[in-house]
Design a protein around this ligand. Structure first.
Ligand code: MF3
Ligand code: CO
Ligand code: CO
Length: 286
């Protein structure tokens, strides 16, 4: 029935007087734009809740940054995350999520994302590691990740880490109210390619806040003006995964989670949870 489905996504409840914002989004929708469901617009109370969750999430990653060192296991990182989260009245979102067994993802070198902490995995001088943590506080989700460099790494790996961070910042700047999600991906892709790096295509950013993974789908590549309309009040992540070699990845069949680059060259990722405001993105995880 898709062909005849004219149902609008942006629906103003019966009896509610459409606001100026409603009219603006409906005009985009009637011109054929992919608009968010109206329910993706977070209320001020929800934004406050996500913001508070973000404060704990940021403190967790700060603490990991203080404690991380060569010779420690990734399981020790998981323990730091679990303990701090619980002690602050929050819950680690990944623990038990679709069967994921730990409180954080730890992804070293050629691991792109979703690496599972393990007592057998020891950090070594020169490693680059992504620590990705999602926190639930009072039902509100905040999702962020950072790279940590263990001691000193090679100039090439350091460049990858730095460019991946710039990709997140450039993606953030490209996101404007009543622009499109594709503007973000396009900016990220252009920056990564300048340095000969590639952008992972199989995983993307996502709406977040009252669920772990929600609309919109935030691709880190693509064309300007494509994808979903960006409307003030939307909360979502940007989390570019930037590879030194090929963008292609595979999932380790040994655990069904760990995502690895096909050529086993290094990968780097940074992530924040953002609120779209009247003027641009505000970071909720710092
Ligand atoms: N935090 C990841 C993200 O940025 C999701 C991890 S899900 C897990 O979306 F199950 F792999 F932990
Ligand atoms: Co995320
Ligand atoms: Co994350």
């Amino acid at each position: 029935m898709g062909m005849f489905n004219n149902r609008k996504r942006w629906r103003v409840p019966a009896g509610v007087e459409p606001t100026e914002l409603d009219r603006k989004v409906m005009a985009f929708e009637s011109r054929g734009a992919l608009v968010p469901k109206r329910s993706l617009i977070r209320t001020p109370e929800e934004i406050e809740g996500i913001r508070k969750s973000g404060v704990i999430n940021t403190a967790i990653l700060d603490l990991v940054g203080e404690k991380i060192h060569a010779g420690m296991s990734t399981l020790e990182i998981d323990e730091i995350v679990y303990n701090y989260t619980i002690e602050h009245g929050a819950t680690p979102a990944t623990l038990g999520y679709e069967g994921y067994p730990k409180s954080v993802c730890t992804s070293i070198n050629e691991v792109v994302c979703h690496g599972i902490p393990s007592a057998k995995e020891i950090l070594r001088e020169g490693d680059i590691i992504n620590v990705d943590c999602t926190t639930i506080l009072d039902g509100f989700y905040a999702d962020a990740s950072r790279m940590f460099v263990i001691g000193k790494t090679s100039p090439q790996k350091q460049k990858l880490v730095d460019v991946a961070k710039e990709c997140l910042e450039i993606g953030m700047e490209a996101a404007k109210p009543f622009g499109f999600v594709g503007d973000i991906g396009n900016a990220i892709q252009q920056h990564a390619h300048k340095f000969g790096f590639s952008v992972v295509r199989d995983l993307c950013g996502h709406g977040v806040g009252i669920k772990f993974h929600d609309d919109p789908e935030v691709l880190h590549y693509g064309r300007k003006g494509t994808g979903m309309l960006l409307v003030p009040g939307m909360v979502f992540t940007i989390e570019p995964m930037i590879n030194m070699g090929t963008w292609k990845v595979f999932i380790d069949s040994a655990d069904g989670w760990t995502v690895i680059t096909e050529d086993e060259l290094p990968s780097a990722q940074w992530e924040h949870t953002f609120l779209m405001t009247e003027t641009g993105l505000e970071i909720l995880t710092h």
